[in-house]
Design a binder for this molecule. Structure first.
Ligand SMILES: Cc1ncc(COP(=O)(O)O)c(C=O)c1O
Length: 383
């Protein structure tokens, strides 16, 4: 059996044709295919506006900028995420706070979050950045209630959850990133994600002003939009209204994104089927915990995470058998960079305890039955 990674992209002949066509066209950097990708993605998610960008990290950075973040502004995120969810605040001079996770869902614990924000007057925190970790959606309706009460914005980090959804209090499904509760959401098209463009990302929102702001933040703070121009000298004319860099995606990456998006629903189905098979095959094993299941959640299964007591031994054993599981994530507050701000072991016991046990098993649409059977057989062998 060849080595089995925890995640893997899938590029088809149709993808290659779409990229080829883009490469031979008049546009290499952002052009009509980027706009096409944005329209198709917005439709898939069910949101008004989408802006494609160079990667998910840039998407987070532009969201933080778009909220007019000033030096010292306070943001809150979860310790169990990729470092980018916190770093976007630091890039912009803000202060990062963390709040502990719920031990079952691994998402921000909203009760603990409220305990934190209510210690300060409303408006003390600029924004909360919840993460739909592993593809399990945050209940943004509940978070929005807190956001209104304590006056903070919401930037949903949906890097793991295109196609995920939660049921709101009226039993309507709310897609991750649909902008009904969060001000802004971001996605990543890194190769292990649901849609892969090499590097790539998307920002979604229902707010027209934020949308227009992000369009110009993506490209040096420059606009040609007559609604925003202070002067207008003619067809060539543009104005730089604020400081920003270049976060554009290329047109051939966007072409790949649109092509991949056509298979996103199919990929999601496959991920859920793989999860179901793991659930059924592993649920009886003493010493192993399978992921939480809820009727109110459509899990996007970017990751399939189990918990085991002897995690390092289990990781090494799988690796020795050609199964390259992964750990998501080392708690961000324990990274050396963040420790310099005073964060330390013991600050977030649930996140730290989860980190001792969680491990992501192979999960990607092209994982074959035979490969998954092999993984399951090896896991059973371990226990
Ligand atoms: C939760 C989360 N947020 C943000 C990012 C950043 O995305 P990118 O790698 O596209 O910059 C990732 C990335 O991999 C992620 O897992």
């Amino acid at each position: 059996m060849k080595n089995i990674p925890y995640g893997r992209h899938n590029v088809t002949r149709e993808d290659l044709e779409a990229v080829n066509e883009a490469l031979l066209s008049d546009f290499l950097t952002q052009g009509p295919r980027a706009e096409e990708f944005e329209k198709a993605f917005a439709e898939y998610i069910g949101v008004k506006y989408a802006v494609s960008v160079s990667n998910g990290t840039a998407a987070l950075d532009l969201c933080v900028k778009a909220l007019n973040t000033a030096h010292g502004d306070k943001f809150i995120t979860t310790p169990i995420t990729f470092v980018a969810s916190a770093n976007c605040v630091k890039f912009n001079g803000g202060e990062v706070f963390f709040s502990d996770i719920d031990r079952q869902s691994y998402l921000l614990d909203l009760n603990k979050l409220e305990d934190l924000v209510k210690k300060e007057p409303p408006g003390s925190y600029k924004a909360v950045i919840p993460v739909d970790f592993a593809g399990y959606p945050v209940n943004l309706q509940e978070l929005k209630t807190l956001a209104d009460k304590y006056r903070f914005s919401i930037i949903e980090d949906a890097a793991h959850s295109p196609g995920g959804a939660f049921k709101d209090s009226l039993n309507n499904w709310q897609n991750c990133g649909n902008g009904n509760f969060a001000d802004l959401a971001i996605f990543s098209f890194h190769p292990v994600k649901h849609i892969a463009t090499g590097e790539g990302g998307m920002i979604t929102t229902n707010n027209k002003d934020l949308y227009k702001r992000i369009l110009r933040l993506r490209s040096h703070g420059i606009t040609k939009d007559p609604d925003y121009l202070i002067e207008n000298h003619g067809g060539w004319y543009y104005e730089m209204l604020e400081l920003s860099g270049n976060s554009r995606i290329t047109d051939f990456q966007a072409a790949l994104g649109t092509s991949q998006l056509k298979r996103a629903g199919e990929g999601l189905k496959k991920r859920r089927a793989i999860a179901e098979k793991y659930n059924q095959s592993l649920k009886g094993i003493k010493g192993l915990t399978t992921p939480i299941i809820s009727a109110d959640v459509n899990h996007a299964f970017h990751l399939y995470i189990v918990e085991v007591a002897e995690r390092k031994k289990f990781y090494d054993y799988l690796k020795n058998n050609g199964i390259f599981a992964q750990i998501h994530y080392i708690p961000v507050h324990l990274q050396p960079y963040y420790k310099q701000f005073g964060w330390k072991k013991g600050d977030f016991p649930m996140a730290e305890d989860y980190y001792e046990h969680g491990i992501s098993l192979p999960m990607y649409p092209t994982l074959s039955d035979e490969e998954q059977d092999y993984v399951i057989e090896k896991i059973i062998g371990f226990f």
